[in-house]
Design a protein around this ligand. Structure first.
Ligand SMILES: Nc1ncnc2c1ncn2[C@@H]1O[C@H](COP(=O)(O)OP(=O)(O)OP(=O)(O)O)[C@@H](O)[C@H]1O
Length: 344
């Protein structure tokens, strides 16, 4: 069974296209990262999956259920950490958890959930109106975990978290995945996505630019990492045949160093081998890995022409605009309206 499947899923607000013909499949048990810059359409997609807003065209299933016709079945089995959720300011975090447990017939103890998300029991007894952003986020995650969901949908889960909180959430995602739960989460922070995801989808301006593993993205983007070699004497590329190595994209000699840029990591060891055999004596070397930011720029064209524009990416649906969701506890939207369907 697929955990999420969208067909031609489209959302428009008047002239504005928030999401264009999204064709996306997330497999059962996968940890899928949904990446995109601000306004790319990530929240719109999540709101459509949860039927908080209605599509202009297309359809989607979640855990095999139609998102509109079988909304209750979907929400029953899905744990949600929405982007921008509302809490009842005067109720305690503990009371929120009790409410979520009642709504979902959850059998977990509130204390165990609090411990998982790193929320102190004393803090849980305070009204949530006094919570910091990170504390509220931890509480929302605890509520999402209630009832052992088959699918976790997390919209910008690390928003407001300190580094320790980010690590805690990553551990939770890994534990849930190990337990067979599918995790779908949106983020614009590439490193966090790379740390836990099996696959990544990049959304840009309402369109799904590509879907792949991080390794696959690296390979296809052509964004190279570099081997930078200090050599004795004047560096020269002559006689080394470095450019003939499969995966090497560029070789330059400047500032007393040789720089070998490669798209395929296997090329690195071959380049060193060849230099040892026939190049100038090596004094030192280091590698400069392409960052995820480099990859992201390559696919979204942030720094100019994108891989997509160059026609290097095969699969291309589309999508984009903005919305909100519920606090993971109530949120009923039979939103048949065209615009501004939001529940918080
Ligand atoms: N109710 C609405 N009315 C009009 N435009 C909307 C509405 N909701 C969203 N949009 C637009 O849809 C686009 C996608 O917004 P969305 O919130 O899905 O982006 P996002 O990828 O989640 O962004 P962010 O990372 O900033 O949360 C934006 O251009 C936004 O302005």
């Amino acid at each position: 069974m697929t955990a999420i499947e969208t067909t031609d899923l489209t959302k428009r607000y008047g002239e504005e296209t928030a999401l264009e013909s999204l064709e996306l499949t997330v497999d059962d048990g996968e940890v899928f990262g949904f990446l995109g810059p601000n306004g790319a359409g990530k929240t719109t997609t999540i709101d459509l999956l949860l039927d908080f807003i209605r599509p202009t065209a297309g359809s989607a299933t979640v855990l095999g259920y139609d998102t509109h016709d079988e909304t209750d079945a979907v929400r029953d089995r899905v744990g949600i950490l929405p982007d921008g959720f509302d809490l009842w300011e005067r109720s305690s975090g503990y009371r929120h958890l009790e409410f979520a447990l009642e709504s979902k017939n959850g059998t977990e103890s509130p204390e165990a959930l609090l411990e998982r998300v790193g929320l102190d029991l004393k803090d849980a007894e305070r009204p949530v109106g006094d919570y910091s952003k990170g504390m509220a986020q931890r509480l929302a995650m605890a509520m999402a975990l209630v009832g052992d969901p088959d699918l976790l949908i997390l919209d910008e889960p690390s928003s407001g978290l300190d580094p320790h909180g980010i690590r805690t959430f990553q551990e939770i995602i890994r534990e849930e995945a190990a337990d067979g739960t599918t995790v779908f989460f949106s983020s614009h922070i590439l490193g966090q996505v790379a740390a836990v995801c099996d696959r990544v989808g990049i959304l840009d301006d309402g369109e799904l630019v590509t879907v792949d593993t991080i390794a696959g993205l690296r390979e296809r983007s052509g964004v190279g990492s570099s081997l930078v070699v200090d050599v004795a004497g004047e560096p020269s590329t002559e006689g080394t045949a470095l450019t003939e190595i499969d995966g090497v994209t560029e070789v330059t000699a400047d500032d007393g160093r040789l720089r070998v840029t490669y798209a395929d990591p296997a090329a690195k060891a071959l380049a060193i081998h060849r230099l040892v055999e026939s190049g100038p004596p090596i004094v030192d070397f280091e590698t400069e890995e392409a960052t995820l930011e480099d990859l992201f720029s390559a696919f979204t064209g942030v720094d100019g022409e994108s891989v997509r524009e160059q026609g290097a990416v095969a699969d291309e649906p589309k999508a984009s605009q903005k919305t909100v969701a519920d606090g993971g506890v109530s949120a009923d939207t039979d939103a048949d309206e065209e615009e501004e369907e939001v529940v918080r």
